[in-house]
Design a protein around this ligand. Structure first.
Ligand SMILES: [Zn+2]
Length: 510
């Protein structure tokens, strides 16, 4: 029997058979080719990924949390197959909006950037998914950015004008290939702003000349600060090198951000920048609905006060990452019910004592002096459930291999738990088989970032058990007033007492 492995330090690995099957059919949708294509990493056995992180001028919202969650789940999936992964996710800590916020509030841009990068790390940390391997900040990579700009100027893909440096879009033949636009059409819709010295309305600043009261760094083209696009090219290339595997981010970043990243990176490199472009769908909210019934739970920080991290993660996992997602209180409440269902499944499996065990194991079996004995008696459903387990495990891995279809993978988990539940209810499962199912489910849920629902090895406090027993006795004596008082007292301690045939069941309130 494999040991239950659930900490991020010891992530589960699929068996070689499962991993082999998945490795042979991993497909990723590439936004550039606009189709699902076979995926193999550039470096044998090691995946390199870069995701665009937040611009830190405010708390992040759930729309920003989605790519964060997806990137870490993708990392877990690749690792579960035995691959290494380097995930880089940047923090944009210099930007017009950061400077504007500082000016508005009469404090320095640095102060704003520090406050909200700390808040971003703090909030995303609470999700419990671990962190990207490298989280570079733009202001800590000025030399790399200047070097990249230097290369562009030298190759005549960029030019200095009026203190700024612009990328010359006409010098790069492939401009528009990611967002599927023709430069002619794009040009008709844009004008050069009065304060810009660029030659073509499509040209974009890679270096912005210093303005009064704005932060600046020295450069060969005069003091200034980096443009947003150049930062991601410089940092991804520094940590992952040319032609790294997956560049991700929200769909809204395709143009102009990623289009500009491709242009400047490939112009500087003379070769492919990224092998696969992965873009996640947006969260759909109705402005009006948000202000009324959602309040401010659109901010990750506030959502985490109302919902457990697992609820938010399960919400994200319940849709394919490329699909737009409805965001409402109703869908989060639905996710909460599903988390509770999974948690109950683990409690039931943890309490289960085989076909010969007591009909209700949840109540008294957990008191300290009454630890359950392991029953080796096999159950009549063992073979069928273990066959189902193998089928659902294989299907889970296939769904994940198919462009990270977490919704399909989650569906396999629920399909399996339904079968297991009915076998447990009829006490048709042996304890050893139940253990196997439990460990396998824990591994699948770990990959989806939901391992916390599997941690239910708590002990019910003896006092709570005593109160529940007392209440049961009072009910038998028809002293309902005292029984109700005890029920309320138990609730106040954070537990719900449920009457079940032959006894009671205590469920922690969440
Ligand atoms: Zn970026």
């Amino acid at each position: 029997m494999s040991e239950l492995r659930q900490s991020p330090e010891a992530p589960p690995r699929f068996t070689p058979e499962l991993a082999q099957a998945a490795l042979a059919e991993i497909r990723v949708y590439d936004s550039l080719r606009q189709e699902k294509v076979e995926f193999t990493p550039r470096d044998t056995g090691h995946v390199t990924m870069y995701f665009c992180g937040p611009t830190v001028y405010n708390y992040i919202h759930l729309g920003n949390a989605r790519p964060f969650v997806i990137s870490l789940v993708a990392k877990r999936f690749f690792e579960s197959l035995g691959w290494g992964v380097t995930l880089v996710e940047n923090i944009t800590d210099i930007d017009d909006r950061i400077i504007a916020k500082g000016n508005q509030e009469g404090r320095s841009w640095k102060d704003v950037a520090e406050e909200f990068s700390d808040a971003y790390v703090e909030d995303t940390q609470k999700l419990g998914l671990g962190r990207p391997d490298i989280e570079p900040r733009a202001t800590e990579h000025i030399p790399e950015i200047l070097e990249l700009i230097g290369r562009l100027v030298e190759r005549e893909h960029a030019y200095a004008a009026g203190g700024d440096v612009y990328f010359d879009v006409s010098s790069f033949g492939g401009y528009g290939k990611l967002s599927k636009q023709q430069t002619g059409e794009m040009r008709s819709g844009v004008r050069i702003a009065p304060d810009e010295d660029k030659q073509d309305p499509l040209d974009f600043a890679v270096w912005k000349g210093a303005k009064p009261d704005e932060p600046s760094w020295d450069s060969p083209w005069g003091p200034g600060r980096p443009g947003w696009h150049i930062e991601c090219s410089a940092m991804s290339l520094k940590y992952l090198g040319a032609g790294f595997d997956i560049h991700g981010g929200g769909r809204d970043l395709i143009f102009p951000h990623h289009e500009n990243e491709v242009a400047q990176s490939e112009a500087a490199l003379g070769e492919t920048f990224v092998r696969f472009w992965a873009h996640n769908g947006m969260l759909l909210t109705q402005e009006e609905k948000m202000s009324k019934s959602l309040g401010n739970i659109f901010l990750l920080r506030n959502a985490l006060e109302e919902y457990e991290p697992d609820v938010l993660i399960l919400y994200f996992m319940s849709s394919h990452y490329r699909s737009p997602m409805e965001f409402s209180r109703e869908v989060l409440d639905e996710a909460r019910q599903q988390v509770e269902r999974l948690r109950n499944q683990f409690r039931t499996l943890g309490d289960y004592q085989g076909p010969d065990g007591p009909a209700d194991a949840s109540g008294k079996a957990r008191s300290a002096d009454d630890s359950p004995a392991v029953s080796e008696t096999p159950g009549p459903a063992d073979e069928a459930i273990l066959t189902s387990l193998a089928q659902h495990q294989a299907a889970f891995v296939q769904e994940m291999a198919d462009d990270l279809n977490t919704a399909g993978a989650l569906g396999e988990v629920f399909a399996l738990t339904r079968k297991v539940n009915s076998a447990l209810a009829s006490r048709a499962l042996g304890q050893t088989a139940a253990e196997k199912v439990r460990n396998a489910l824990a591994e699948l849920l770990y990959v989806l970032g939901l391992e916390a629902v599997t941690r239910v090895e708590f002990q019910l406090p003896a006092e709570i058990i005593r109160m529940a027993e007392d209440r049961q006795r009072r009910r038998a004596e028809r002293d309902f007033a005292e029984a109700d008082r005890l029920r309320a007292a138990i609730t106040e301690q954070g537990y719900e007492v449920r009457d079940v045939p032959g006894g009671f069941k205590l469920v922690p309130l969440v």
